[in-house]
Ligand binder design. Structure first.
Ligand code: SF4
Length: 191
């Protein structure tokens, strides 16, 4: 019998648990492969785990995660219906930015996850996830724009928004996030 999506995702999570392709595994407490519905139509992709995520091995469980939950609530999307993960699967020390080398060696895991889940919609949170799909785009220009892309032979709707942590630091960015989630809600109602 072929492996279920859940089993395939678990296989990737096990690879991540044993991964030593960059130095981040040495300082992180836990790997954070991602979490959610293996049949999700929507996948959210952030940057990297933070302190709470590192402690619990789960994505978006700290303050950024609480804000993400709130934003999801405003458009009636239950968190259990989506899959949430990051570009990097281990926490960079002191939450520093990911390096290009770390991204390069880590993204094959994300790629494998997306190929298993086959979402229709990818919502990128912040510039690192956006630039994985659209390397030359600026988050300030791309945010809230809904576009169709072909990625690795898969047709996707890509919706970039600011990272929730930016919304926690800056009122204008929070407003943009709220507006963009309302646009996402309207878009979802019409498909
Ligand atoms: S961050 Fe990614 S590439 Fe680096 S050790 Fe963790 S899983 Fe491997």
């Amino acid at each position: 019998m072929p492996a279920t999506k859940q089993q395939q995702l678990q296989y990737i999570a096990n690879l991540i648990k044993d991964c030593q392709k960059c130095s981040l595994y040495q300082t992180a407490l836990n790997p954070v492969p991602g979490d959610g519905n293996p049949d999700a139509k929507i996948v959210f992709i952030g940057e990297a785990p933070g302190a709470h995520e590192d402690e619990q091995g789960l994505p978006f469980v700290g303050n950024s995660g609480k804000l993400l939950d709130k934003l999801l609530n405003t458009i009636n999307i239950p968190r259990r219906d989506v899959f949430i993960c990051n570009i990097l699967k281990h926490r960079p020390p002191e939450n520093r930015d990911p390096t290009l080398d770390e991204i390069k060696v880590c993204v094959p895991y994300l790629k494998a996850q997306l190929k298993i889940i086959k979402p229709k919609i990818v919502i990128t949170l912040g510039r690192f996830a956006l630039n994985y799909f659209l390397p030359d785009e600026l988050i300030s220009r791309a945010r809230g724009k809904i576009r169709q892309i072909e990625w690795q032979g898969i047709d996707l709707t890509l919706i970039p928004v600011y990272h929730p942590s930016a919304g926690l630091r800056n009122g204008a960015m929070l407003k943009s996030l709220e507006d963009d989630f309302q646009s996402i809600g309207k878009f979802l109602k019409n498909i």
